[in-house]
Design a protein around this ligand. Sequence first.
Ligand code: ADP
Ligand code: ZN
Ligand code: ZN
Length: 734
Amino acid sequence: MPIVRVALNVPVDTLFDYYAEHASQENIGLRVSVPFGKRQLAGIIMEVVANTEVTPEKLKTIQSIFTDNPPLPKKLLDLFTFCNQYYHHPIGMVIMNGLPAALRTTKPIKLQKDRSATWNNTQLHLTDAGKQIALSSIPKRQRIARSLLVRFQQADSIPGEAFKEDSSRIKQLIQQWRGLGWINTNAPHSAQDNTVIDSNIPTLTVEQNHAVNTILSTQNSYQVWLLHGITGSGKTEVYLRLIAAVLVQDKQTLVLVPEINLTPQLEAIFHNRFPYTNLISLHSGLNDTERLQGWLQAQTGEAKIILGTRLSIFTPLPNLGLIIVDEEHDHSFKQQDGLRYSARDLAIFRSKQVNIPIILGSATPSLESYHNAITGRYRVIQLTSRAIKNAALPTIQTIDTRIYKTFNGLSQPLLQALRTNLSEQQQSIIFINRRGYAPTLLCKSCTWTAACVRCSSRLVVHLRDKDLRCHYCGHQEHLPIHCPECGNQDLTPFGQGTQRVTETLSTYFPNARILRIDRDSTRRKDAWRSILQKIHKQEIDILVGTQILAKGHDFPNLSLIGILNSDNSLYSTDFRASERLFAQLMQISGRAGRSNNKGQVLIQTEFPDHPLYQALQRQNFDALAKNLLMERKIAGFPPYVHQAVLRAEAHRIETVIGFLNTAADLAKGYESIELFDPVPAQMLRLKGMERGHLLVQSASRKQLQIFLLQWQKQLSAVPTQKIRWVLDVDPVEL
Ligand code: ADP
Ligand code: ZN
Ligand code: ZN
């Protein structure tokens, strides 16, 4: 009887063998249900073989093979295998991490019937470019295309519904022509009705045009492109044109975006540009059925544009033509638990696998990508000016808070700038990267501060809900009425959070319409959409928000940005802190001056001379990046070395360090591997566990991989009842 080798969701890096009557090579990639101990587990067939090392008495028979969903394609299985080997994570867990929940169960799947592309109340018409197309330029044998052109020429505009019953060829043509800029639609996508989108297809700027043409010149071969474009340079438009070209070839595009509330906006833009294209969006807001549905449409090739956060890198894409990673520097592309993969790096693997181009877009590329560009591994395309005519970059200045003292977090010059901006009916943003009311609750008579019982962190005061919260583990407790140490009743919220800044601003500007935007205020479904509407309808004067404000959103009337408390990250122990702060501040600054208003950014700081702020004021990414790279080179940090970190946790740090010392002993004597001392984590306790890590690095990725393979095996043999450990390859934080 044939034997199938199955990947199961268990923490052992091996395949499990079972008898399977009638199984054949065609079954590879199919989902099965198998007995495992006393349980039934779902698994994926990875191999079908004739022999096994398992003794016949021990070999069980699979329970069922599911054929309700098609087998996972070979390319996807190869991706999983690569992850297994590169990240040293058990194969079954790698696969189950990537599959939609419905495919991780031992139950058959339920499918919805209606999978038609979205048809909406749009009107289509020829653009000026489209009107220039002569019927004679379309070959006679392309009868369908010719009659479609005539149909458009004879009407001012045609409602989208009119094409509903037409053949898929016609829908495809419409989509192609739209991509070519021959036809246009003039209504927003219905599901996003109120999102404001300009549906005219703009004429590309010289730089955009160059970017599109250059990338298209290698359309059918592997190449990593770093699209380094300042904020507002129109990277999205470049993506849209490239996608159009890919659609013309009837291929799929995967667009990866960071894990923030950006997807709906981008989804609306894409829908609006390609109204007849099947676009799916895969993000954490979906329920299991929706995710499965999207996944299956991608697998059949029906879905042409797949927009998603990091997990969508594991979507089966049989006909992939292009990958785009927007905001490629964003750390949310790296998963921070379980399988610690980098979706950006895997995206590069995938594009190589099928020999297609990949675009990494950013205003502030990661130093890794930047380095790869300098050394010629990636090709760079720069967009150095803003796409909208007359839109200029904002001016960036610092306010020296040693001279201009702050009161409740705000300095006089910033308040004055806000006042002026309000009187000119312009919108302002105050950016502070801490939600809640105040980061600390302090007793001034005995210096007690409220701390989390489970983490080494302070509890954040959330005055609105009258409680204290840990932002690391979610622990909540009531605001105490007196100090638990000395009984003092006068406890002081210390420092600033979004709630407090909002409160302070409303005392200064009682007539201003002030809105707070942070994770607390946007938790409700659709909250973002209504906020964006308010902003666009000019119903808001001042926005107070955290980094979720920073990305992607277009606020046309915004001309002032105040930045509070960014000094915290300047002297961090994490060598990536500067890079991250710079990216964040560039991004938030990029929100200003997007249309005809000039923008102004004011940073309150005690260190106005710090090189980071200097580079920021000159908006000179290259200068800073080269500086940071030099520092990294001297210090022997990535991208000049490759790192992996062994993370461990237990109830007591002594246990952790003991284990890490054993691990360090095992790691000695390997060629070109540099081993650091085991250390407790910067934040020692998290969720009741104490944590530590051991860093290893090597100038050679290959040597590091050879070492990790051995080390992982050795570590697995160490008895570790009280310890949880994991390897993190290419860590982005320690
Ligand atoms: P980025 O992602 O590079 O920060 P966006 O893609 O958000 O920039 O584009 C910024 C703004 O410029 C958007 O409002 C977009 O509609 C507009 N835009 C892009 N390309 C053009 C163009 N060629 N002509 C006019 N406006 C453009
Ligand atoms: Zn006290
Ligand atoms: Zn906590």
